[in-house]
Design a protein around this ligand. Structure first.
Ligand code: AVJ
Length: 318
């Protein structure tokens, strides 16, 4: 079997602590959204995906269910399919079912244990496809594993509108890295959330049951627990709104009182009403996204959109 690199827990904790201290020292304060997904955060995100207000997951799944055969045909025969932020690979299965003679599936994720559990399950279910998990942060350079059978080309699958978390310039840099990774003949199948009615958007990120609020505030619980920080989590609240000019949902944690956060001897004072930025979720038009991708060397080839025009899955080629 292959040896797989796994960053030791202590170095992960150190990186988390470094990023938290750096973010809380900044003005305005910020915390990276990639840290939402600890065990509880991932469970809360799964709950978000089930909410009436959160149309994204079910709409993308419906697009996949309806058009996976066309997508498989567009991606073409003999591909190595590389998935960014594969998680539980739920949406992938329908795609794997419709790819033409795929050579390998390469799920890329930072969560080593979960990645390998999912990979074992996929090996049972898809014995004809070589499953080659890669533990990596896809925003950093990594190389593709070698498959037993040489692929005709590589295709990246990047579902879930995760690209929306990146500011346009960073999204462009990430797309450029996909272009470079796949090279000539390569492609990208990506899910993007579309611009729509402001109220529909804002409800999706501030649901009535408060699940998204719990998801956002869980980041503070995580800091308190994992970094032994002193934080009065109850003195903070969830804030989400659509910024029309930047075409994005902006998510913050707002301090309801004047207070301090203490981490390892360092103190971070907060004014009453001060906001800590935690996430952006950019919303695109198909044309707007195509222009961004073109600057990164990817040409829009086909798009699949639901009847209500909420969400799009795009196929782009190098
Ligand atoms: C996982 C990045 C697609 O932006 O909709 C959901 C994360 N944050 N509710 C999104 C999220 C709050 C989600 N993505």
């Amino acid at each position: 079997m292959f040896k797989t690199a796994r960053p030791p827990a202590s170095s992960q904790r150190r990186a988390f602590k470094h990023d938290v201290i750096e973010g809380l020292s900044d003005f305005p304060k910020r915390l990276p959204c990639k840290y939402f997904y600890d065990k509880r955060g991932s469970a809360l995100f799964d709950q978000i995906c089930e909410l009436d207000e959160y149309y994204l997951t079910r709409t993308e799944q419906a697009i996949m269910d309806r058009y996976a055969a066309e997508m498989g045909a567009q991606i073409g025969a003999g591909a190595m399919l590389v998935e960014y932020g594969s998680g539980s690979s739920v949406k992938t299965r329908i795609l794997l079912d419709h790819l033409i003679d795929p050579v390998a599936y390469v799920p890329v994720d930072i969560s080593h244990r979960h990645l390998h559990q999912v990979a074992d399950q996929l090996r049972d279910d898809y014995p004809q496809i070589e499953i080659l998990p890669v533990t990596a942060d896809f925003t950093r350079p990594f190389s593709l594993p070698r498959s037993r059978v040489a692929p005709t080309h590589s295709a990246v699958y990047f579902p879930g509108s995760t690209i929306g978390n990146f500011e346009p310039l960073h999204a462009e840099i990430l797309l450029q890295s996909i272009t470079d990774l796949c090279g000539c003949g390569g492609g990208l199948l990506i899910g993007i959330d579309l611009v729509k009615d402001v109220h529909v958007l804002e409800r999706a990120y501030d649901d009535a049951a408060g699940v998204t609020a719990a998801f956002n505030l869980n980041l503070l619980h995580r800091i308190a627990n994992e970094l032994d920080a002193e934080i009065d989590v109850d003195a903070f609240e969830h804030v989400a709104f659509f910024n029309q000019d930047a075409s994005r949902i902006e998510i913050y944690i707002r301090s309801m009182t004047e207070q301090v956060i203490r981490i390892d001897g360092e103190t971070f004072p907060l004014r009453r009403g001060e906001m800590i930025h935690t996430e952006y979720s950019h919303k695109y038009t198909v044309d707007g996204f195509a222009q961004l991708a073109a600057r990164a060397g990817l040409e829009l080839h086909r798009s699949w959109i639901d009847d209500d025009r909420l969400f799009a899955v795009l196929h782009l080629v190098v």
